[in-house]
Design a protein around this ligand. Structure first.
Ligand code: NOJ
Length: 561
């Protein structure tokens, strides 16, 4: 086995600062709010905090459009607040992982402001400028947030590329000076003492130079993915980044890699350490996608979910390291997607999903509120959408009559990223204890039932269950390093798998339905003395034929530790 690393045993917790905790009553979460909640995270037991962007930004895409990489967003506080937060976190033994958004900047970044001034600007080539073609744009690519991926700039009569919003121009990574500036900025943060980077859409930084047209989708635009995801020079760029910056510090790094395959991941996250530690893959998140991108009500089929998870579990074995996640700031709440968010099943299904993920091989990521079983938001009107992706999608889908208003609203309400971005539910006081002011996005009305204060005081809460899942990982090497084997690949009801390490075996059984389901414990295991490590129905032993209760999960360890 390759050398063991601290981040392999770690559990990461993602904070979306805007929605975590507001200390000054302006309705927007901030750094002092985060500082005030570090003890809570310590009690949960996590090791690393991934902070979604806190840099200066005009917030077209909520901080993923950065105008100054060495300054803090005004609404979030000051650099002194940041330093205090970092210092306090370190004092508590918590590490801080920064979001690194360098596929694009904000159009308000001084470099882009300079770049757009003239065709002969010394910074012109820092971004991707092209003449229009017959089209009129340089090619047919659509942006991830709707419309063309090209914006016409009248002053110089050229177009610039933006794979996301038009306020997020793509940087030109082919330019050596661009890479140098990025690496210098990263070094500046590392010297400050941060502990790692989560790299935003890092798989998109190298484009096929010819920028060919993509296959046209339902919205009339071409798909850029084949020409941008895992592009020709991406590994070369990341190896350079590793040499110039990452290798000089002891960091945790994860690349957000849309379009990544198992084969590609072996390069990005090779155990040789030449690029990154791990990647976020999207195959499991995209299983309910369809012709109109993600906008539908399709349910993820359990057999397909298991196939994807298992392929990654076995595919990376010994070659690269997995990341594990159900939720983040871009996804609807998994509890509302694969679990059941009704009061009757909310807690058991949240616990089952937690166990299913946390017993897998890889580094688990918890998204704020997941440890409480927070749910999707009950939208009643499109006016409640705050996210640029949802707002643009609603407009485009209805204007182009791809869906009726009712259907578009329904689909977007279910899949909107805003579902994950409603404020953290701290207690049952007004605005869930998130702010004393008016929150920038509505609080989920279920905060009176679902909140941290109530759950911390109740032994059988989702919070305490997550606390235990994290503690188990720390206690048992088999959870971190054991081999993985899928059982019952064809079941649409049960996700069961084995982990093995030396003489130990771990059996994990999860019922993904709200029905009772019979399960024959694999030969040999029923008779063996097993120790139940965790269960969501207080089961203490495992009979030969198990009738799993709705959303029941059970984790049993066999063999001597
Ligand atoms: C991925 C981020 O997670 C998402 O929130 C953002 O909108 C895009 N990248 C563009 O930066």
């Amino acid at each position: 086995m390759a050398e063991k690393k601290w981040w392999q045993k770690s559990v990461v917790y993602q904070i979306y600062p805007r929605s975590f905790c507001d200390s000054d009553g302006d309705g927007i979460g901030d750094l002092n709010g985060i500082s005030s909640k570090l003890e809570y995270l310590k009690e949960l037991g996590i090791d690393v905090i991934w902070l979604s962007p806190v840099y200066q930004s005009p917030n077209d895409d909520m901080g993923y459009d950065i105008s100054d990489y060495r300054a803090i967003m005004k609404e979030f506080g000051t650099m002194e607040d940041y330093d205090r937060m970092l210092h306090k976190a370190h004092g508590l033994g918590l590490k801080i992982m920064m979001d690194l958004v360098v596929n694009h900047t904000s159009d308000e970044h001084p470099l882009f402001v300079e770049s757009r001034k003239a065709r002969n600007s010394p910074y012109r080539d820092f971004y991707i400028w092209r003449d229009g073609k017959d089209g009129p744009a340089p090619n047919n690519w659509g942006s991830s947030f709707g419309g063309s991926a090209w914006e016409y700039d009248e002053a110089t009569d050229q177009y610039y590329l933006h794979l996301f919003s038009k306020k997020q121009p793509d940087l030109n990574w082919e330019n050596d000076a661009v890479r140098k500036r990025i690496f210098d900025m990263m070094t500046w943060w590392c010297d400050k003492g941060i502990d790692g980077f989560r790299m935003d859409v890092i798989s998109l930084i190298s484009k096929v130079p010819e920028l060919p047209d993509g296959e046209t989708g339902k919205n009339g635009y071409g798909d850029f993915t084949p020409y941008c995801a895992n592009g020709p020079r991406v590994h070369e760029f990341l190896r350079e980044m590793n040499r110039e910056v990452l290798s000089k510090y002891d960091l945790i790094t994860v690349g957000e890699c849309s379009g990544v395959t198992v084969e590609e991941a072996k390069k990005y996250a090779s155990v040789s350490g030449s690029e990154l530690n791990m990647v976020f893959q999207f195959e499991h998140m995209n299983l309910d996608g369809g012709e109109s991108f993600k906008w539908n009500h399709k349910k993820i089929r359990l057999t397909e979910l298991k196939e994807v998870m298992s392929r990654w579990q076995t595919g990376l074995k010994g070659k690269a390291w997995n990341s594990l996640y159900w939720c983040n700031h871009d996804q609807p709440r998994m509890l509302s997607r694969m679990g059941n968010d009704s009061p009757k099943y909310r807690e058991v299904s949240a616990k089952m999903l937690g166990a299913c993920l946390h017993m897998l091989q890889g580094t688990p990521y918890i998204y704020q509120g997941e440890e409480l079983g927070m749910t999707n938001y009950p939208f009643t009107s499109p006016d409640e959408f705050r996210d640029i992706e949802s707002i643009n999608a609603y407009q485009e889908l209805t204007e182009k009559e791809i869906f009726s208003h009712a259907d578009a609203f329904d689909y977007i309400s279910y899949k909107s990223r805003d579902n994950a971005r409603t404020p953290m539910q701290w207690d049952d006081s007004p605005q869930a204890g998130f702010t004393t002011g008016t929150p920038w996005i509505a609080v989920n009305p279920n905060y009176r039932e679902i909140n941290a204060r109530e759950q911390m005081a109740r032994k059988d809460s989702v919070f305490h269950y997550y606390q235990k899942l994290i503690a188990l990982r720390r206690q048992y090497d088999i959870i971190v390093y054991g081999d993985y084997e899928l059982l019952l690949p064809d079941s649409e009801e049960i996700y069961a798998y084995l982990r093995t390490l030396e003489s130990q075996t771990l059996l994990v059984v999860c019922n993904f339905t709200e029905r009772e389901v019979g399960y024959d414990v694999p030969d040999g295991f029923a008779k063996k003395e097993g120790k139940v490590l965790i269960s969501n129905y207080e089961r203490t032993e495992i009979p030969a034929v198990l009738t799993l209760a709705p959303f029941e999960c059970i984790v049993v360890l066999y063999g001597q530790p």
